[in-house]
Design a protein around this ligand. Structure first.
Ligand code: TYD
Length: 140
């Protein structure tokens, strides 16, 4: 089980409520050029199904719950994100990811290192696996 996908976070609690800071290059290992927010998600409609060539991302569930599957081409791991567990999930380049099982109130905040660029996407799982095996061969 890989644990390097999960980043440690801190929540500052007092009687007024919770404050959850995220500092770029401190709490997440990159600076963000873009954020996007996923809302009104359907529990029976999975999303994602792609990897990125260079984009670095981190995901946090700010409300509700959902499942994130990360796949490095060799193994798949399921992460259950829950607003209260403070998990910041790192989605690095060449990690196939899928999101599913959203609760009706789920809100996902995604921090992304670059502006949106469709040419950075790998949306074909077979191509993703071929690229992963080519990467492996480069180091042999
Ligand atoms: P899509 O990649 O299908 O979303 P998901 O990864 O959640 O399955 O993106 C849906 C649409 O939104 C698609 O037309 C691309 C567009 N989009 C942007 O314009 N900007 C963005 O930052 C993102 C993430 C997507």
């Amino acid at each position: 089980m890989r644990t390097d996908y999960l980043l440690s976070t801190r929540r500052i609690k007092d009687f007024r409520g919770d404050l959850f800071p995220i500092e770029f290059l401190r709490d997440v290992p990159f600076s963000a050029k873009r954020i996007y927010i996923l809302t009104h998600l359907l529990s029976n409609e999975a999303r994602g199904f792609h990897a990125h060539k260079t984009l670095r991302q981190a995901a946090i569930c700010v409300q509700g719950e959902c499942d994130f599957i990360l796949d490095d081409g060799n193994s798949r791991q399921l992460f259950h994100l829950k607003a209260d567990n403070d998990a910041l999930l790192l989605v690095e380049p060449m990690i196939w990811h899928e999101m599913k099982s959203f609760t009706p109130d789920c809100i996902l905040l995604i921090l992304a290192s670059e502006w949106y660029d469709e040419s950075d996407y790998i949306r074909d799982y077979q191509l993703f696996q071929e690229l992963i095996s080519l990467q492996g061969k480069r180091f042999v």
